[in-house]
Every structure is written in structure tokens, then in C-alpha cells.
Design a protein around this ligand. Sequence first.
Ligand code: M6R
Length: 611
Amino acid sequence: MCGIVGYIGNKEAYPVLIKGLQRLEYRGYDSAGIALINGGTNIYKVKGKVKDLEESVKNKDISGTIGIGHTRWATHGEPNDVNAHPHMSENGIFTVIHNGIIENYSRLKSKLIDRGYSFKSETDTEVLANLIEHIYKVGNISAEIAVRLALTKVVGAYGLLVTCVDEKDQIIAARKGSPLVIGVGQGEYFFASDATPIIEYTNSVIYLNDNDVAIVTKDSLSLKTISNEKLLPKVQKLDLDIGEIEKGGYDHFMLKEIFEQSKSINDTFRGRLAIDNKDLILGGIHQVMPKLIDAKRIIIIGCGTSWHAGLVGEYLFEDLAKLPTEVEYASEFRYRKPVIYKEDIVIAISQSGETADTLAAIKLAKEAGATVIGICNVVGSSIPRETDAGVYTHAGPEIGVASTKAFTAQVTVLTMMALLLGRKRNVLGDEKFLKLLNELSQVPDKIAEILEQSDDIKQVSKLYSDAPNFLYLGRGYLFPVALEGALKLKEISYIHAEGYPAAEMKHGPIALIDEKMPVVVIATKDKSYEKIVSNIQEVKARKGVVIAVVTKGDSVIRGMADYVLEVPDSHAVVSPLLTVVPLQLLSYYIAVLRDCNVDQPRNLAKSVTVE
Ligand code: M6R
């Protein structure tokens, strides 16, 4: 979590930093700060958002062609001005911004206190700043060596930028576990946690790897490992359009991203779903296909919405490829001493590609010798680099903290994988394969049709925006959609919501139902339709309010439910991709009515890089 940004060159750094922080604010938004180097070092930092920082620097000296900036999601110490980054070392020699956690900070801090250091903040980052300074002073060495030596003493994760008053013309960048990208311009360099602050200046970037340290002046970049081995910087070209990271006329990124889903799914298909050739090509997993064909088990790992996509994957792999599949929260998997066989296929799903729990679970799976496949959205992020093979979702940047288009892209990839595997494992006949391929290809148009009803969904949201609780029910492929619908509502509107398999209602949650409890039932026509109709009746018999997501033209449920939201008729296999869309819109409109910060909900961050 936390976003870091930096600039060194001939321009004024301040506008680059502020714009960069705005783009990275999705990563954390409880405080923000900058350091500008102009002779001395001017640090400005405040509790609150980037706009509060901008407000606080009015009439202050914001000049300087070198600068670093930070937007924080608090780990050590509450969000306040003092704990905000940047942090300066005790004697003002080093200034540091940091994304990650220094796990052994407490031990390091005690040792530094013994050596006479005092601390203003409660952060682990100030410990790092003082550790670097201590090593620098004692060793009488260069800033770069001091940073590298300090990092050898650190346990934990970091993406960091460091400046030194004695070597004013450089920024030192280092990475372990938390992402860091350097943009290469003409006589200037840009630094950021991801490429979004960089893209408007240059599309040439260097992704730092774990244990890399970059020593950068405006005219030079030298890359080495922490242990001083020289590295050759690999400059890559970014395929990112500035329009993709702007709101484009929508009130919120989340709404834009919901409305982008026809396009983003088509982007996920591109070069893969060849409907004319009746074929599917997934180049990223081609080399591991023999292992996939022979696999006895798939284990899917992920967190939050990505875990929900994994649950849909479980239905898909078992249904279409007859492959036993387990889905695990990455955070639990890693601490559960799971039994992992060499023949297992572990699929890690992550929008950001940086989720710490998922990365740790991948490490465990690799140590056990399993083949690990990533399904990620952010190109060049850590998970694709840690996995044996993978498929990018290509949904484009997702900036709203609540995941929407990333979910549908993940489910699209999982559907393609399951179809391909079903065919390669000879358990899915040609006819069914082609029928489902065709169903999948129609999803973008069907989503466009659902989005046309957004005004109706807005009307329904007005009736229930004050409800304190919601229940979401679904069966089969639609049970994970119920979980996802509930998560969306919780995270952006702060309404308590729970998702359940509809049949489980009678085992407990039914006790909650009364006339004040809206129950969202996802009840499209599939093989459990009759059963879910019975569940709706059970809710109505207890005076619950039913908002049903139904197949277009369903008059039976229309006659029972209080409100219906229609989706076009489709095969059950693709129904999660359609039914989740009205639920995303419902949560969005409710959150807006409750005056919540939709794109940056409280306490959350887009990329959870701490355990
Ligand atoms: O980047 P990832 O997909 O690994 O993130 C996992 C979760 O943190 C994420 O899905 C989170 O639950 C979202 N806020 C859900 O909208």
C-alpha cells in the first residue's frame, strides 16, 4: 500500500510529484507528503489527502528540480502529520519515503536509541532513515553504500526513495517486495510505485527487481544489487494510454470501470478467442499445458474479489475440465501448512499483482515444487514475474479501490482456461466447446445491454440506501457472485452485507429476515432455478424484501419479488459475468447516495502490499 513518486531533472519537481501522488492515491490516502531539494530540503506533509497537501503548501517554497512524494496507508502509527512521509534522519542528512514494512524495526530502533538517536514518529520508516544515517556517519562512506548496507540489516519489504544532503544531485531507489518503476526521460528520471504517474512523460521504463538499488542523477542511472553487483538496466516500453487512467467524464473511476466492461472483456479476448477459427489460444500457459493436462488438482489462491473470481474458477474447472479444484484465501493458505504436490497446478489471481499474501502463498507453492500460474492485470507487476506461466487479464488500469472490471476479466480468463483444458483433456466435446465459446463471445454485448438499465438500478438503490443490512443469495455459479455483490456493497457504502449459498439460508441467516432486510437473490434460469424460486418464497413468507437478478422476461420471479433487475438469457457458465454487473451498479449508486467516497473507501487501499 502507500504510493511513492519521485522526480529528478530540469523541470520543477512539485507539479510532477503532486500529479503523481493524485494518480497513486488509490494505494493509500490517509496522509501525504513531499520533500523538495533546492539547496536544502523542504518537507511538507499532512494528514489527509493530496488535496490537503496542496492546500498546506500555498505560499510556501515549492521550488526544486529534485523531489520525492508519498501517499500513505498507515501501518505503524496512526495517520497524522508526524507519521506522514517523508521522514528525515535525526541530523537531517537523509530523507526517506517508503512503501512496505520493516519487520525488525523495533529491534533496530532500540539499538539506535542506545546510540543516542531519538524519534519523532512511530513509523518504521524513520528507523530506516536513522539507520542509514548512523551507518553513513560511522563508516564515513557514500550515501549509496550506506543505503545498501542499511538494507542488508532490514527484514521486511520496501520500495523506497532516499535523498542525501551531501549528495544533492541524486536519488537512490531500492526495492524488495514492494513495486518500484523508473521512467527514463531525456535528461530526467521519474520514479513511482506503478507506471501511472510516469506515462504522460515517457513510455520507457525500468521495473526494479527485488534487491535492486538504482543510483540516479538527472543524466545517469546505475543499477546494482544490494550486495554491489553491477546490473544492466532493462528498459521496457509501456503499452498504456493516458486516457485509460483518467475519469473520462464519469463522476468516479468505479463508474467508469463498470461501464468499461464490454470493452475490457473484448480486450481480454483479443488474440485469444478466435471465434471464426473456433479456437482459443492462451500463449502465456502454452509451455505448461502438458502439466495442466495431466494435473490431478488445481489450487486457486487469491484475496478479496480475486478470491471470488477463484470460486467461479472452481465451478468452471470442475464442470468443464473435470479437474478437482480447491480455492484458498492466500492469507490462510500460507499459514495452514497445506499439502501441496509437485503435480499440483497453483493458480494465483490478483488484479494488482502485488498482494503480499498472494505473493507469499506463491512462494510456498513454488518451494513445494508445484507449477504456479498467475492471472494478473498489472503488466510487469511482481506476481507475473514470480510465476512459471500466466495470463494477463488486460482489463486496463483499475483505479477505483472496489474491483469491478478486473473481476469480470479474471472470470473471463478462467472461463477460457477451463474451456481450453476441457478440450485438451478430452472431457469437453466439440459441440459443447463451440457452444460455450460462442456464449462467451456474446458477453460484451450482453453487458452493454445490462448497462442500459443503469437508471432503473439507480431507482432501486434509492429505496434501500438507508438499510443497515443486506443479504445476497445465489446458487452454483452464482454463489460467488452473491459474495462479490455483498463485498462491493460493504466496502464502498459501509452497509453490512453477507453473501450465502441460497440453500444455506435455512441453516441460519433466515433468522435475520424481516420487512427491513433487503435480500438480493441472483436467480437466473439454470438448473437450480426451481430451487431458488423456493428460496425467494421462503424470504417473502417472512416479509423480506426481494431484489432479484433474473433472466430477461422471467415473469414468475417478477410476480414474487419486490424488484427485478434483468440480464439477457445466457448459459450458466457465463452467467457470473453478467449477473455481477447490476450488483456493481447497485452498490455504486447506494454508496453515492450515502455520500461515501466511492473510489477511496475508508481504511482500504487498492494494492495490499502488507500481510
Ligand atoms: O490486487 P488483488 O486482486 O490481489 O487484490 C485483492 C484484494 O485486495 C481486492 O480484490 C480487494 O478485495 C478489493 N478491494 C475488492 O474490491
